[in-house]
Design a protein around this ligand. Sequence first.
Ligand SMILES: NC(=O)c1ccc[n+]([C@@H]2O[C@H](COP(=O)([O-])OP(=O)(O)OC[C@H]3O[C@@H](n4cnc5c(N)ncnc54)[C@H](O)[C@@H]3O)[C@@H](O)[C@H]2O)c1
Length: 251
Amino acid sequence: MRGLSGKSVLVTGGGSGIGRAVALLLAESGSRVTVADRTAEAAEAVAREIRDAGQVAEAVTADVSSEDDVRAMVEAAGRLGPLTGAVNAAGVPQVGKLLHEVDLAEWDRCHGVNLRGLFLCNKYEVAAMLAAGGGSIVNIASTAAMVGFPNGAEYCASKAGVMGLVRGGAIDYATKGIRINAVLPGGTLTPMLKGAMALDRGLEPALAAVHPMNRFGQPEEIAAAARFLISDEASFVTGASYAVDGGHTCI
Ligand SMILES: NC(=O)c1ccc[n+]([C@@H]2O[C@H](COP(=O)([O-])OP(=O)(O)OC[C@H]3O[C@@H](n4cnc5c(N)ncnc54)[C@H](O)[C@@H]3O)[C@@H](O)[C@H]2O)c1
């Protein structure tokens, strides 16, 4: 795919699930990948897996809800070359309560990572890309940005916020060589979804039923869309929210 070889790309939440699949796929495509996660061991393990395959990766520990961490993370990513790609996959799930039962601390925790964290990542990544002469950012949102989930109002609100950030940001940099897009995964078999299904036995059949393909996605299927949007093949795509959801948002 055009424009990936030798490219310095940062992947947040790269230690697990969708972020891990993105990091592996971009490295396989010749990119130099900074794997960032708040869990140091997870980021290290994925970076090691990439290096063991003969590709280039470094690990960084960062909590995306901390401005200091995000600033340092983006600076660290510059050590693999001027940053021209970023996939922001770090995120946390809903607490699984009715709206009126969600307390403010739970709301703040969700939005602190899923929306404030995404804002901080985009802010510092854009600044680095302006200095590098351009780039592409992919934000992993969710179909929850477009359709409601039961017991997930705070999560839906955080993901809808990401779509707004992507649209506004895309316009700001459309003539400056920086593209900003979102991928909206449907239910994807990662530790996050498996954990949620283990806690709520009714979730698996209910969630499977809303996907017309009648199955969940694999992290690699989400990573494929992120790779396209990062690559130069997507040179006319900005501000888009690209659903990869087995038809979930068609219903
Ligand atoms: N799995 C799904 O069904 C699904 C569906 C739609 C959207 N998503 C979104 O995809 C993204 C990735 O989710 P996943 O399913 O791969 O989950 P996951 O739990 O497998 O991976 C998420 C990773 O993000 C990291 N992380 C969490 N908070 C962080 C923080 N504050 N700073 C840095 N890293 C942090 C975790 O340590 C973990 O390694 C999330 O934004 C999630 O909301 C997932």
